[in-house]
Design a protein around this ligand. Structure first.
Ligand code: NAP
Length: 248
């Protein structure tokens, strides 16, 4: 297997992030990923990958806290080769409900993690690549909610993902001539814990019938698109928002 440089995945301990960590490690990347609370899940994933001969490392860091991002970027391992990819995956919705009931605290927290965290990490990584005269690939994880608006569920969350998509398009154009690529994957409803955290564990089953394919996604189906965008196979792709949403 080809040994590649290092990829940083935020929120890699569970869900879409964990599937991305697995696929990226299996593709030969050294993978560093963050978690916030589930150290058990993060360490179990690292142990499984290392035991199978892959390179993986986890770091606790809340991407909604700028000082955590500073600490994360200064504690990246030195033995996994140069950083060649960033996956801004960590994200949250806040509680499901009508927009009129959404608290300021929820709006601030969801924006801090989904938007500011994505921007700060991207700025760090782009600055490092430009200073070194190298390049790499950034993949931002958006949501089909950016297109659909998520009425009655989490309009504020959909708006943060709209911001992620605009950020992706603009940054990609700004950097295109440097060889740095910036893309987004926009998943449809996927079987992860995010729905239980939002207050409705059965949400995937409830919404499946309104998806053209009549089913929700498995995390690996989203991760396949993310890892493809990281790789040189996607060398002419930048500024794209790839919907992986069963036809939605
Ligand atoms: P998930 O199952 O809830 O997992 C979230 C992951 O992110 C966990 O590893 C969690 O760490 C980590 N995390 C949460 N907040 C964080 C923070 N502030 N800083 C760093 N890491 C943090 O989520 P998911 O469903 O896989 O979602 C991943 C991404 O896909 C998100 O951006 C989400 O908006 C997007 N998305 C999901 C769906 C879906 O239906 N699942 C659909 C469209 C888009 P711990 O394990 O330590 O808690």
């Amino acid at each position: 297997m080809q040994r590649r440089g290092m990829v940083l995945v935020t929120g890699g301990s569970r869900g879409i992030g964990a599937a991305t960590v697995r696929l990226a490690a299996e593709a030969g990347f050294g993978v560093v990923f963050t978690y916030v609370s589930r150290e058990d899940a993060a360490r179990a994933l690292v142990a499984d990958l290392v035991q199978r001969g892959h390179r993986a490392h986890c770091i606790e860091a809340d991407v909604g806290e700028p000082d955590h991002i500073d600490r994360l970027m200064s504690s990246l391992p030195q033995d996994m080769g140069p950083l060649v990819g960033l996956v801004n995956n960590a994200g949250l919705t806040g509680p499901l409900g009508a927009f009129v009931d959404t608290s300021l605290e929820t709006m601030r927290r969801v924006t801090a993690v989904n938007v500011i965290g994505t921007m700060l990490l991207s700025r760090y990584v782009v600055a490092a690549w430009l200073a070194a005269g190298t390049h790499g690939s950034i993949v931002n994880v958006s949501s089909i909610a950016a297109t659909l608006g998520a009425p009655g569920e989490y309009v504020h969350y959909a708006a943060t993902k709209g911001a992620v998509e605009s950020f992706t398009i603009g940054l990609a154009k700004e950097l295109a001539a440097t060889g740095i690529r910036v893309n987004a994957v926009s998943p449809g409803t996927t079987l992860t814990d995010i729905h239980a955290t939002a207050g409705e564990p059965g949400r995937p089953q409830r919404v499946a019938s309104r998806i053209p394919m009549q089913r929700v996604a498995r995390p690996q189906e989203i991760a396949e698109a993310i890892v493809w965008l990281l790789e040189d196979k996607a060398s002419y792709v930048t500024g794209s928002v790839l919907k992986v949403a069963g036809g939605s």
